[in-house]
Design a protein around this ligand. Structure first.
Ligand code: ZN
Length: 425
């Protein structure tokens, strides 16, 4: 299967050799005796948290330590400051162990409420939840002073980051808060209307949100598989466009001024942005002088081309395996027109080798490409931050200044672009 390592940019998949299946059952151990469950179910998360803020149109969510039953409107309640029951709809998702309470009416701004979970809630073994209650306060509006803010938008699941926005307000602005959440130990407000519509914004639940100019950019997102529009998707942004398994180019993104790679003294039949030609020519000349004879395996690929490439891998190795080794349409750096897969003049497709960087050409590129503005996007051992397997043949042109900075920082291109703030709108 070595041939598949890092074949994210392979234009044509090759047939894998099936590996033998492990024998099943040979080492099966006897089923252990079930351990009796005397443990009461517990609450492991509350959203909003105890003594937190609930939006006037918000809801409550409670996550249990194990599967429970008996959570209904009689046992999961919200009461106002006078002790009156707030009419609400209560649902339980046993699989996710989450109970949700949605008030039937809007809550009162600045009023105090008490959430209650009664003890008739039981786990599968019949153990009862210890009754618990906690206080909440309702809020509806936050105001923003003039300043720069960073907002993070999340999907239905708190874990799914779906967008990031950094913008400057020239004048104070107010907006109703629809939901308050705690994520990664920090408080955030979700503003459902106004200039921050749909975004989670740093801030205090009461009154003024903080000026976020000095706030650090959220740490590099994990390599989830999402289709988020990348922040810099103009063809003029070629050097700063973040592309990974989350962020993608529009399907209509197609650079102009594509020229044949033969213009740079390489083999013909592949296209590259003209703005990269001078440095590419210099690099090829310098490599040749040093005895490294580079050949283009693949260069520009359109969105439609990547549909075919990724689809080919899916057919060959299945969807989940293809994800690890091939960019989904819109996510490929080849669509930028500034990426090239190289191979050696007398060698096979580079992914056919255990490590192309051990060839004369691959080693030369690993050592010298940065001097000419080209960076290896997916270095060895960087999958967790680059989102793809090791691809010693895949280089992206970012210009000499950026490539030198990335080389000096000894980090991946994706990390560097993100650290520079290019992933944030
Ligand atoms: Zn590639």
């Amino acid at each position: 299967m070595l041939a598949f390592v890092g074949a994210a940019c392979a234009p044509a998949p090759i047939q894998p050799t099936p590996s033998p299946l492990p024998s099943v059952g040979a080492s099966a151990s006897p089923t252990p005796e079930p351990i009796p469950d005397h443990e009461a179910p517990a609450i492991v998360a509350q959203d909003p948290p105890p003594e937190g803020v609930i939006a006037t149109t918000g809801s409550l969510r409670v996550t249990f330590s194990e599967r429970v039953s008996g959570v209904d409107a009689a046992r999961f309640q919200l009461r106002d400051g006078t002790g009156s029951l707030v009419a609400a709809t209560v649902t339980l998702d046993p699989g996710r162990r989450v109970a949700t309470l949605v008030p039937d009416i809007g809550l009162t701004v600045a009023a105090s409420y008490t959430a209650i979970l009664a003890g008739a809630v039981r786990d599968d073994a019949g153990n009862r939840l210890v009754p618990v209650s906690w206080g909440l306060t309702a809020a509806s509006n936050v105001s923003f002073a003039a300043g720069t803010y960073t907002g993070y938008r999340f999907g239905d699941s708190d874990a799914d980051l779906t967008a990031i926005k950094r913008a400057t307000l020239d004048a104070p602005s107010g907006a109703p808060a629809s939901e308050y959440r705690v994520l990664a130990g920090q408080g955030y407000l979700l503003i459902a209307a106004g200039i921050w519509e749909g975004y989670l914004v740093h801030g205090e639940p009461w009154g003024l949100a903080q000026d976020d100019l000095a706030a650090s950019i959220i740490s590099l997102p994990a390599c989830d598989y999402l289709d988020l529009p990348t922040a810099r998707s103009s063809t003029a942004d070629w050097a700063t466009t973040v592309l990974d398994t989350l962020f993608q180019l529009p399907s209509g993104y197609a650079p102009s001024n594509l020229v044949n790679t033969s213009t740079a003294g390489l083999n013909s039949g592949h296209l590259i942005r003209s703005l990269a030609i001078d440095d590419l020519s210099d690099m090829v000349s310098a490599a040749t002088v040093d005895g490294a004879h580079l050949v283009v395996q693949s260069a520009y690929r359109s969105y439609a081309g990547q549909v075919l490439t990724f689809g080919g891998w899916v057919r060959q190795v299945g969807y989940s395996a293809a994800l690890l080794t091939s960019a989904r349409p819109g996510h490929s750096e080849h669509q930028l027109g500034t990426a090239i897969d190289f191979r050696s003049v007398d060698g096979p497709a580079p992914w056919r080798l255990a490590d192309w960087a051990t060839t004369t050409e691959g080693a030369w590129m690993a050592a010298n490409a940065w001097r000419f503005g080209w960076v290896m996007s997916y270095p060895k051992g960087s999958t967790a931050v680059s989102c793809y397997g090791y691809e010693p043949w895949h280089y992206r042109y970012v210009g000499r200044e950026a490539a030198a900075a990335i080389h000096a920082d000894a980090i991946t291109l994706r990390e560097w672009l993100w650290n520079q703030g290019y992933g944030v709108r």
